[in-house]
Design a protein around this ligand. Structure first.
Ligand SMILES: [Zn+2]
Length: 365
């Protein structure tokens, strides 16, 4: 793995070598021949604080060793199969229920006897299908770039590029809205946010989310068919299906989405450190956001922490705490990269004292 972040002169040379050393084992697992992506962002004279600046990152995967290219399903076919397969599962389950309800008692008895007589055939068939599915799954579990976290991915490297282009912009630019810009106080905070977005792209999170969506869709087919087969009425089956969807969302999708956000925060912090930004500003930013949450809550808005488990993102205070826990490492990366000394004034202090004041006023009121 080769990561280059240009625009900050020669200070990053060592960091580039550091990345190469860390990432080589990962490349052994990847069949991608070449993966190049460029992100750039320009911003001029924002509130007089942010001068024109530009990030570029190039990600390349060398091939010191490779195996034959795995075969993948075409994503367009998957997009069509997705809703169709769910409808099919519902129809099969419902069809079975209707057929069973219309069957005379004697024929039901015969059907059960047939199942019992052939139970080993059916169990064997299911075991074979299960093994084939597990093999397919295992074959598509690949390490994430940089972190090496093993994750399920259905896309080839070419398809990854297509997904990235459609998730971000055709040119590879990361777009930031004015509302976010207004909340950022300096270059270092802008860098923290952009580095977070770059990390999502480098770690291929969009494709990973899509792959996981496909996987969950397949896994849900059997429970769906069972619901429609064994729940005696369509109305009850519909309610149970809705309930199942909520359970999958709260227990499987949202925590996963939050974990990807945390990973992007963590890798983003390292990227910002390697580019010599003041990484403490990342914590200060999320701290400020949590202060805004508290103020909103005091003025009658909904408390964000209460609904954090129903959110795709971790709460602002959680992000601040997790980033703080990684601060020592980020600062040591900065030192390793021979970055200029950090300002003695720690931007987190101001936010921390604001948070303390808010806690004191809320406990005394
Ligand atoms: Zn994010």
């Amino acid at each position: 793995m080769f990561l280059r972040w240009s625009g900050y002169g020669g200070t990053l040379k060592k960091c580039v070598i550091h990345h190469v050393a860390n990432a080589v084992p990962n490349s052994l697992y990847q069949s991608a021949s070449l993966s190049v992506r460029t992100f750039s962002m320009r911003r001029s004279n924002f509130s007089g604080l942010i001068k024109q600046w530009e990030f570029k990152t190039t990600l390349q995967t060398p091939r010191p060793f490779h195996t034959s290219r795995p075969r993948y399903i075409n994503p367009i076919l998957l997009a069509v199969l997705r809703p169709l397969s769910k409808i099919a599962a519902i129809l099969v389950g419902r069809g079975f229920r209707k057929w069973w309800q219309s069957l005379p008692a004697k024929k039901r008895e015969l059907f059960i006897q047939h199942l019992l007589r052939n139970k080993y055939k059916y169990l064997g068939g299911s075991a074979l299908l299960g093994t084939a599915s597990l093999t397919y799954y295992e074959d598509h579990v690949v390490p994430a770039p940089l972190t090496g976290r093993r994750r399920f991915m259905v896309f080839t490297s070419d398809q990854l590029h297509t997904v990235s282009r459609h998730t971000y912009t055709e040119s590879g630019d990361i777009v930031m809205f004015r509302g976010m810009m207004d909340l950022l106080e300096n270059d270092d905070q802008v860098a923290a946010v952009v580095a977070h977005e770059m990390s999502h792209a480098i770690l291929e999170h969009a494709s990973e989310q899509l792959s996981r969506g496909y996987l969950l869709d397949v896994l849900i087919l059997l429970p769906l068919a069972v619901i429609w087969a064994f729940i005696p009425s369509d109305g009850l089956a519909l309610v149970t299906q809705w309930f199942l969807n909520q359970v999958v969302k709260v227990l499987l999708q949202l925590p996963y989405s939050r974990s990807l956000e945390e990973e992007a925060d963590s890798v983003g912090l390292q990227l910002a450190a390697k580019a010599c930004f003041d990484v403490r500003e990342a914590s200060a930013f999320w701290g400020k956001m949590s202060v805004l949450d508290k103020i909103r809550e005091k003025s009658g808005g909904s408390p964000p922490e209460d609904s954090a488990w129903l959110s795709t993102h971790p709460s602002n205070i959680e992000r601040q705490e997790k980033i703080d826990a990684q601060m020592e490492e980020a600062i040591s990366i900065r030192n390793f990269c021979q970055c200029p000394q950090l300002d003695e004034r720690d931007p987190r202090q101001m936010v921390k004292s604001l948070q303390r004041q808010l806690t004191v006023t809320s406990s005394s009121s």
